[in-house]
Design a protein around this ligand. Structure first.
Ligand SMILES: NC(=O)c1ccc[n+]([C@@H]2O[C@H](COP(=O)([O-])OP(=O)(O)OC[C@H]3O[C@@H](n4cnc5c(N)ncnc54)[C@H](OP(=O)(O)O)[C@@H]3O)[C@@H](O)[C@H]2O)c1
Length: 330
């Protein structure tokens, strides 16, 4: 008989807003600096093993995008053979013709192109439907146009059974005040919102979470760790910049290892502290981790199972960084 699971090893699930879907508190993302291992040199077979490691630990939510290189293909192949009801799949489409240049003024795609993109994602993922289909990185200035051009097509695709729920992801550092989320909460067209939230970028607590709660939108957290909380030199650079612009008290954190004080007791590392910070607001349904590294995933699963950060540490983080509207994390 196998050992009984410790409480910290049982993956908590939360309801994803009005979708009613029960999703694991930790979820696996296939974009970001890792791109499911495509950028970090992880072979496809090893990345697939990480997907199964996640499934075995109770992770049931996976996020990808047409824009993430071969991630849809990699994820689809990794999930082949897993019963479709056992996982919740989210992917995204580029809503404009501008490639990665989201700030550009390129035209929006039309409904026919949108359906072709969805069909391609379905094929690459090897599935018949997407649970959460998201417009990727929508700028607030283009949101209304995107709704006008795409909502009729999205609703048609939903009726056809190719999509279950609709979502929008914000742009990490461009939409610093979460204006897209506010627009979504006002019009109620979308079921889920993917939001930047981390120890350096806490303003979703003021500018996005209450709005999501009121409109019962499911909240998916991105960039909980990203570069700033996973690369010590990058964190030092970000903190030095905040100090030089007088945005934080220069004595609030040391220049070297500015968040090292978070690592004590059962908090193993700065990334672990950052994931534990992100899971605390009850409106948060799931926190994405963008890794294809088996050791990192194991550590992140453990961190999520350990629950929120010690109260005093959270309060200190709020005091130091809580007022910032800088869209930090990268
Ligand atoms: N606008 C959008 O739609 C948008 C924007 C950003 C992100 N996203 C989604 O959100 C997901 C998560 O965001 P993210 O990719 O920035 O993920 P993240 O989990 O915040 O950060 C991932 C980075 O942290 C590193 N890392 C993770 N765990 C670690 C650990 N325990 N120790 C040391 N380093 C660790 C990873 O390196 P290793 O690979 O070496 O583990 C990777 O470089 C993405 O994959 C994507 O699905 C969407």
């Amino acid at each position: 008989m196998s050992d009984p699971l410790l409480e910290s090893e049982i993956m908590q699930r939360r309801v994803l807003g009005r979708t009613g879907l029960e999703v694991s508190l930790l979820s696996l993302g296939t974009g970001g600096p890792s791109l499911m291992g495509q950028r970090s040199g992880v072979a496809e077979g090893d990345a697939a093993r990480v997907v199964h490691q996640a499934l075995d630990a109770g992770v049931n939510f996976f996020d990808t995008a047409e824009a993430y290189g071969d991630s849809e293909l990699r994820l689809g192949r990794a999930l082949r053979g897993v019963p479709r009801d056992d996982y919740v799949l989210a992917t995204k489409y580029r809503y404009h013709h501008g490639g990665d240049d989201v700030a550009g003024d390129s035209g929006l795609i039309d409904g026919k192109t949108l359906e072709a993109k969805l069909d391609r994602s379905l094929e690459r993922l090897g599935v018949e439907y997407i649970d959460v289909y998201q417009a990727h990185g929508v700028l607030p200035s283009r949101y209304d146009e995107m709704v006008d051009r795409h909502l009729p097509a999205l609703l048609r695709l939903k009726e056809k059974g190719k999509i279950r729920f609709l979502g929008v992801t914000e742009t990490g550092s461009t939409d610093k005040m979460h204006r897209v989320i506010q627009k979504m909460a006002e019009d109620g067209h979308f079921d889920t919102a993917m939001i930047t939230y981390n120890v350096l970028c806490q303003n979703a607590e003021r500018l996005a979470f209450p709005q999501c709660e009121q409109s019962n939108m499911g909240v998916i957290i991105m960039m909980a760790v990203r570069r700033a909380m996973s690369r010590p030199a990058r964190l030092e650079e970000v903190v030095a910049d905040l100090k030089s612009r007088k945005l934080i008290d220069p004595d609030s954190v040391p220049d070297k290892e500015p968040l090292g004080w978070l690592v004590h007791g059962d908090v193993e590392s700065v990334p672990a502290a950052s994931y534990r910070f992100a899971l605390e607001p009850p409106i948060v349904s799931t926190v994405l981790t963008g890794t294809a590294n088996a050791d990192h995933l194991q550590s992140n699963i453990r961190a999520i199972g350990q629950g929120p950060l010690p109260r005093a540490d959270r309060e200190r983080l709020q005091k130091i960084f809580g007022h910032l509207d800088e869209g930090l994390g990268n």
